[in-house]
Structure formats: structure tokens, C-alpha cells
Design a protein. Structure first.
Ligand code: NAD
Ligand code: ZN
Ligand code: ZN
Length: 398
């Protein structure tokens, strides 16, 4: 049988590349055959901040989990019931797995599909509590409900020439864009983006695409803030003594923004003197403070229901000290949850193919081999201003 290798979670702080099973057209939990699925040869697969939560031991992910939910692939084999996706197609795979048939999928809410995970709504590849689907930081992977989920790139050569951009369609570009859309960003908006990791940078680039007047990005890592400045964002260093509101005032003249996006999540650090300390509710509380009355808060940053490494007992079950009274008083709208990638990926693909955005440049997409994955995880954890793109078959390098 054909061989396969993938990135496996070993223990907190450690991943290794191991031999893993070659994928089958089979449900990994029940063993039932999956004729609506395809086997993909992976063209590119990215390391994500969401993977880091697991690898840092901040979730209940079991040892042995094959990681990877950001997948772009070439179709090798199709199941009997796949009608429109063909062998040889180059496709982007949304990180959300969705059936296309349930109530939520029919409403376009593919991040909370009701039929792909026995334990809760919503599923993803290679992720704890997300249905047991095998991850794609590997050479090959199986993708179910292929006709519904997969986005085919119109032209193979063009796709390969822009693959460092297109690889971001499986998650962070749509996720950052969704954060901006749900915060209500449009022409002339003044927006604050918390976090200059890849999701924050993708969100900031999306805010520019949507016509924002001022895009302010906050973080504590100088290289990441420099990356944000490199494509026209204002950057705020949250290690400084001046408060976030004061720093915003220095930029736009008032201590307030129209809307804000949390691209950090539950491992948030405090501001100022607390910048080295974990304060999980910091971003949520600070964006309520600085957003105008009537503004909206997009929250793609991840919050969990179980965190063994949390700072206190409440946070261990995802219960945080949020000043909801303030948000209520200001009539804030709040949008949370997984990004429904399918809602945006085709449009964002067109923006890439027609040079309306340089998303790979914005997030500094950097290709590495599968054997460099463990190093990539370590560098990313240290705050490298890079989005690591694993190139398991040397197709990007070629
Ligand atoms: N909703 C979704 O569908 C979805 C999809 C992808 C990623 N995510 C989540 O988005 C978040 C960001 O992902 P990433 O890959 O950019 O991760 P990342 O860890 O690289 O980036 C997080 C950044 O936040 C910074 N930070 C910490 N505390 C902060 C604070 N108080 N204010 C501002 N910045 C602060 C960190 O220094 C870091 O640069 C993660 O929680 C990830 O799980 C969600
Ligand atoms: Zn991701
Ligand atoms: Zn569904």
C-alpha cells in the first residue's frame, strides 16, 4: 500500500513527523465507506495559531493526533458519488468540514455543521473535539463531502504560480476577512485589530481590501508589528505604559474606533506591565472599552470549553471575567465562532487571481519542507513574523 507521513502531536511543546496510514475513503470514526470523499495529494498545508493552542498543551488534544486543517491539494482519487470534482483538480479545502445538507449548512453556516461531529456542531481536520477527521499536515489526506466543500482553482498553472497566496484560502484569509466583515468594516472605517499573528495580519489586509480608512494593529511582538506597518497599518505596542485608548487617540485624535476584531483568543496577554502575563479576557474587555457605542466586535480569536493550562479554575472551563455590562451599555454587536470559509473563499480567490490583494506578502508566507515542520512550530511559537506553509512534495519549491 502507498505510504504517507504526517505531523503528529506528541506532548506539550513537541510534534514529530511520523509514518501514518495512507488515507482511505472511509469515516475515521465509524469505518463506514465515504463515497462522497476524495483522496488528495497535499500541495501545501499551513501551520496555524489554532494548532499552537493544542501543541502548547492548552487543550485536551490527545497524543498521537495528526495535525493540520489548512489544506490545498491535488485530487488523486474520487469516491463513487463525487460528481463535479475531478482527478487532477487543484483544490482549496475549507478547514471546516460540512455536510452541505443540514439546517446550518443550508444557511451557509458551515462552521457549525450538524452532521460531521458526534460530540458538538462543527468539525475540522486534525483538531481536538472536531470529529476525529485526520489532519492534513501530511503527504496525503481524505476530504469528505468533496463536491460541497472543495474549491477548485480554475487554472492549474496560474494556481501554482500564486500558491503561496491561494494556500491561505483554507483558513486565515477568509477568517481574517470574516472578522472584518462581522465587525462591520467598510469604506472609511477606523478599525482596531488585536493581534499581529497571521490571522490578525490577514484581517488587517482584509480591512484595507474592504476600504477601511485607518487600520490599527496591536501586539507586543516588534517583528509582527513591523510586518503590519509594511502594508500600511498603524501599529500599537501593547507593552508600552500608555493605555490602548491613549495610543489610539495619538493616532486618530479620539480614544475610540468604529469597530474592532479579536485575532488573539484565550491565550491573550495583559497590557503594559502585564504584557508578560496571561490575562485571557484582556482583548475582549479592551475592545469593548475602545469601540464606539453602536459598533461591532468580530471575534475570530479562539475561546475553548476546556483548557488544562488555564490561569484559574473558571478559565479551565472557558469562563472568563468579561465586563458584559459595558458592551451592553454601548449596544455592541458581537460575532464569535469558526469562520464559515465557504462563504468567502471563492470571492477571495478571485481577488488573489486578479491581483487585488497581496495576502502572502502581508502575512509573510514562508514555505518549509515536511521535515522542517517541528522547527516551524518552534519558530512560530517564539513569535516569528511568518506564516509557515509546509510543502510536503516540493511542489512549491519547484
Ligand atoms: N475563528 C476561526 O475560524 C479561527 C481560524 C483560525 C485561527 N483562529 C484563532 O485566531 C487566533 C490567532 O491566530 P494566529 O494564527 O494569528 O495566532 P498567533 O498565536 O500567531 O497570534 C496571536 C497574536 O496575539 C498576540 N497577543 C497576545 N495578547 C495580545 C493582546 N492582549 N492584544 C493584542 N495582541 C495580543 C500575540 O503576541 C500573537 O502575536 C488564535 O486564537 C486562533 O486559534 C480562529
Ligand atoms: Zn488555521
Ligand atoms: Zn451540515
Amino acid at each position: 500500500m502507498a505510504s504517507n507521513r504526517g505531523v503528529v502531536y506528541i506532548k506539550p511543546g513537541e510534534v514529530q513527523v511520523h509514518s501514518i496510514d495512507f488515507p482511505k475513503l472511509e469515516d475515521p470514526t465509524t469505518g463506514k465507506s465515504i463515497e462522497h470523499g476524495v483522496i488528495l495529494k497535499i500541495v501545501s498545508t499551513n501551520i496555524c495559531g489554532s494548532d499552537q493552542h493544542m501543541v502548547r498543551g492548552r487543550t485536551t488534544a490527545p497524543a498521537g493526533l495528526v495535525l493540520g486543517h489548512e489544506i490545498t491539494g491535488e485530487v488523486l482519487e474520487t469516491g463513487r458519488d463525487v460528481l463535479f470534482i475531478k482527478k487532477g483538480d487543484i483544490v482549496s479545502v475549507p478547514f471546516n468540514i460540512a455536510c452541505g445538507r443540514c439546517r446550518n449548512c443550508r444557511e451557509g453556516r458551515t462552521g457549525i455543521c450538524l452532521n460531521v461531529n458526534n460530540s458538538r456542531p462543527g468539525a475540522a481536520y486534525g483538531y481536538v473535539d472536531m470529529g476525529g477527521w485526520v489532519g492534513g499536515q501530511a503527504e496525503y489526506v481524505m476530504a469528505p463531502y468533496a463536491d460541497f466543500n472543495l474549491l477548485k482553482f480554475p487554472d492549474r498553472d496560474k494556481a501554482m504560480s500564486k500558491i503561496r497566496d491561494l494556500t491561505l484560502l483554507s483558513d486565515i484569509f477568509p477568517t481574517g476577512f470574516h472578522g472584518a466583515v462581522t465587525a462591520g468594516v467598510g469604506p472609511g472605517t477606523v478599525v482596531y485589530v488585536a493581534g499581529a499573528g497571521p490571522v490578525g495580519l490577514a484581517c488587517a489586509a482584509s480591512c484595507h481590501l474592504l476600504g477601511a480608512a485607518v487600520v490599527i494593529v496591536g501586539d507586543m511582538i516588534p517583528e509582527r508589528l513591523a510586518q503590519a506597518r509594511s502594508f500600511g497599518c498603524e501599529a500599537i505596542d501593547l507593552k508600552k505604559d500608555a493605555t490602548l485608548a491613549q495610543q489610539i487617540e495619538q493616532i486618530v485624535g479620539v480614544p475610540e474606533v468604529d469597530c474592532a476584531v479579536d485575532c488573539v483568543g484565550f491565550e491573550a496577554r495583559g497590557h503594559g506591565h502585564d504584557a508578560g502575563v496571561e490575562r485571557p479576557a484582556t482583548v475582549l474587555n479592551s475592545i469593548m472599552e475602545i469601540t464606539r457605542a453602536g459598533g461591532a466586535l468580530g471575534i475570530p480569536g479562539l475561546y475553548v470549553t476546556g483548557d488544562p493550562g488555564a490561569v484559574d479554575e473558571n478559565a479551565k472551563i472557558g469562563m472568563l471575567g468579561i465586563r458584559i455590562g459595558l458592551g451592553w451599555a454601548k449596544s455592541h454587536s458581537i460575532a464569535t465562532g469558526q469562520c464559515p470559509v465557504l462563504k468567502y473563499n471563492r470571492q477571495l480567490m478571485m481577488a488573489i487571481l486578479h491581483d487585488k490583494i497581496q495576502i502572502a506578502k502581508a502575512v509573510n508566507a514562508t514555505a518549509i519542507s515536511l521535515d522542517q515542520a517541528a522547527q516551524g512550530y518552534q519558530d512560530f511559537d517564539k513569535g516569528a513574523a511568518k506564516k509557515f506553509v509546509i510543502d510536503p512534495h516540493g511542489m512549491i519549491a519547484a
